[in-house]
Write a protein that binds this ligand. Structure first.
Ligand SMILES: [Zn+2]
Length: 235
């Protein structure tokens, strides 16, 4: 007996009886929408932050920042011959301990550890304010850490474009709510709720360099893709 050809999944919403078949639609979406969303929503507008391997560049002041995930990259940088132009070297670590090999730290380097995010940010801002000479900023760590550093360094343009960032840890994103402009850190999934304006947001693949975070678009509460997007990891 000849098998019947399998019907291709319909992208429409009508069932065999002409009425809406929500269950059938949900099955189709769960099987296909995961790959379709980035193409159809973000597509060619995808703009990701630029990361690189840390390398010494000419500057008078060299400011190095890292979270615990970035310490190996810092060690690689410190193992290279120091730039002759450097007069001042500072290392700020966000974490509980500085695991960088002390033999790599020169006498002229100030190194400090900041156990919490707030004290780290205050110290980094103070260092940037105190920089009167051309400064090179080196950052290593998770994507969320690197984006937060880029947001802190931008006001006043103290270091301008002289920022290098090496991604070494989590790729969870910092995202900005399109409604209230609040920034949420370490987002792992494609959909999230903004508690401020009670809007459900979808994280796009477009990174705004001026904001220092990924952009979002609002989703309707009845959006058929919503549950799939909540389970879709960003990395
Ligand atoms: Zn909001």
């Amino acid at each position: 007996m000849e098998a019947k050809p399998q019907a291709a999944p319909s992208t429409g919403s009508e069932g065999v009886d002409g009425t809406t078949s929500e269950a059938a639609m949900n099955v189709f979406l769960s099987q296909h929408v995961k790959d379709a969303i980035p193409d159809t929503v973000c597509g060619e507008n995808s703009v990701l932050p630029l990361f690189t391997s840390l390398d010494w560049r000419p500057a008078r002041t060299h400011l190095i920042v890292s979270d615990e995930a970035g310490l190996a990259a810092v060690e690689r940088l410190l193992a290279n011959p120091f730039p002759v132009s450097g007069e001042r070297f500072t290392l700020h670590v966000l974490g509980r301990e500085n695991k960088v090999d002390v033999l790599l730290l020169p006498d002229r380097m100030d190194a400090c550890v900041n156990p919490d995010d707030r004290s780290f940010r205050e110290l980094l801002c103070a260092s940037l304010r105190a920089s009167s000479s051309p400064t090179q900023l080196y950052a290593a760590g998770s994507q969320s850490f690197l984006l937060s550093v880029s947001r802190l360094a931008r006001p006043g343009e103290r270091v301008g474009s002289a920022i290098q960032a090496e991604l070494t840890g989590s790729r969870a994103r910092d995202v900005q709510c399109m409604c209230c402009k609040n920034i949420y850190r370490d987002i792992d999934y494609r959909a999230l709720d903004c508690p401020r304006c009670e809007v459900t947001l979808m994280v796009s693949d477009h990174y705004s360099a001026s904001v220092g975070a990924f952009e979002t678009v609002a989703l309707r509460p009845a959006d058929a893709n919503l549950q799939t997007l909540r389970k879709q990891r960003l990395w």
